[in-house]
Write a protein that binds this ligand. Sequence first.
Ligand SMILES: *[C@@H]1O[C@H](CO)[C@@H](O)[C@H](O)[C@H]1NC(C)=O
Ligand SMILES: *[C@@H]1O[C@H](CO)[C@@H](O)[C@H](O)[C@H]1NC(C)=O
Ligand SMILES: *[C@@H]1O[C@H](CO)[C@@H](O)[C@H](O)[C@H]1NC(C)=O
Ligand SMILES: *[C@@H]1O[C@H](CO)[C@@H](O)[C@H](O)[C@H]1NC(C)=O
Ligand SMILES: *[C@@H]1O[C@H](CO)[C@@H](O)[C@H](O)[C@H]1NC(C)=O
Ligand SMILES: *[C@@H]1O[C@H](CO)[C@@H](O)[C@H](O)[C@H]1NC(C)=O
Ligand SMILES: *[C@@H]1O[C@H](CO)[C@@H](O)[C@H](O)[C@H]1NC(C)=O
Length: 348
Amino acid sequence: MASFSFNLISIRWLLLLPLLHAVAIDALASRQLLCHDDESSALLQFKESFHSNLSACIDSSAYPPKTASWKLEGADKDCCSWDGVECDNDTGHVNGLDLSSSCLYGSMVSNSSLLRLVQLQRLNLADNDFNFSQIPSEFSRLSRLTYLNLSNSYFSGNIPSMFSDLSKLTSLDLSNNHKLHLRSLKGLVQNLTNLEDLHLDHVQIFSPVPEILSNLSGLTTLYLIDNGFYGEFPVGIFKLPKLKDLRVNYNKDLIGSLPEFYSSSPLKIIGLWESGFSGELPASIGNLDSLNQLWIGNSNFSGSIPPSIDFRPYIQQATSITQNYTTIHLGLFGRKQHAPRRNSIIDL
Ligand SMILES: *[C@@H]1O[C@H](CO)[C@@H](O)[C@H](O)[C@H]1NC(C)=O
Ligand SMILES: *[C@@H]1O[C@H](CO)[C@@H](O)[C@H](O)[C@H]1NC(C)=O
Ligand SMILES: *[C@@H]1O[C@H](CO)[C@@H](O)[C@H](O)[C@H]1NC(C)=O
Ligand SMILES: *[C@@H]1O[C@H](CO)[C@@H](O)[C@H](O)[C@H]1NC(C)=O
Ligand SMILES: *[C@@H]1O[C@H](CO)[C@@H](O)[C@H](O)[C@H]1NC(C)=O
Ligand SMILES: *[C@@H]1O[C@H](CO)[C@@H](O)[C@H](O)[C@H]1NC(C)=O
Ligand SMILES: *[C@@H]1O[C@H](CO)[C@@H](O)[C@H](O)[C@H]1NC(C)=O
């Protein structure tokens, strides 16, 4: 009798085993999704350290902000499911945070709980209002960062020199922070050899453009608009093998001239508007098969337009264009590829 019921039980157990196994795997899988407690509390503390009501929004359409979904109760307590938060699928560590346009208003402190998210690889805090606080040099502890975007976010003071420790960065955007200063662009980039996108528009730099930028062979976009640059622009930058988009507009004291171009160049956009660039447009500019925007107005170019610029008939939009054969102020050449080739007369 006893052995009979024993057998029955073990058979039941045997039947249950696959089910139990499945439950156990489920539990493991969902536990893996749950983010680490220290990271969710760091995120909540970060959220709490800012105002994020409607009046804190730069752009009221961003309201309610992403952080409104951040709660420790209910079905959404897993921080990996919070808006703007990305986790590593294997480890559950927070490795990405996109709080761009999230109505964050307040000062960034040097012991911000954000700095506890040491696994972060991507951080976007663009379009918030950090109340002209400084970028803490402690940011350099986030040594895994490959993407850092602090554009248009009301930071001021010096960009910490410790930023050069973030040697894994492929993308750095500090643009549109008018009160931010950079002491040494060379010091910043000499260690950031993986950079693909460097955007520093409207940051106060006031130095020559360092030669070392022409060594950043992975650069695809370089925005150095209105930085107060002076001196000679390193011509090697035009020859960077992957550079598609180069903008140095609004640097009146930056001098330079255009080099010979080769057809292998991927340059699509060249912005030299209101710079101190001078000389003639080289005929080889016609070799730039990908070029669809060339902004050279309000600078000091001279000579005539080379016939090789066969996209002249496709001028889409032209601002302050005058041509008297010695001085050219060209606006934007647009849509070389898409416009029909026609022999039109351009009213320059
Ligand atoms: C909303 O934020 C502003 C600052 O932007 C603050 O002065 C105000 O007290 C906040 N209001 C509420 C209800 O939290
Ligand atoms: C992680 O998981 C999410 C959701 O299942 C998926 O969308 C994403 O592609 C995964 N990421 C990686 C790197 O596997
Ligand atoms: C903004 O900065 C000012 C000056 O440092 C400070 O007095 C004020 O408390 C800050 N406001 C917030 C919301 O952090
Ligand atoms: C940062 O330090 C200040 C003063 O030392 C303290 O009051 C505050 O709680 C700290 N903040 C964090 C996020 O650790
Ligand atoms: C930084 O973020 C802003 C706002 O989200 C975006 O427009 C910009 O393209 C980003 N910059 C880079 C380099 O990705
Ligand atoms: C370059 O980055 C490494 C860390 O990746 C750091 O140890 C080193 O001090 C940095 N060098 C400079 C010149 O900033
Ligand atoms: C750029 O790279 C070249 C060749 O690798 C090297 O000789 C030169 O010193 C580098 N320039 C700078 C400014 O580091």
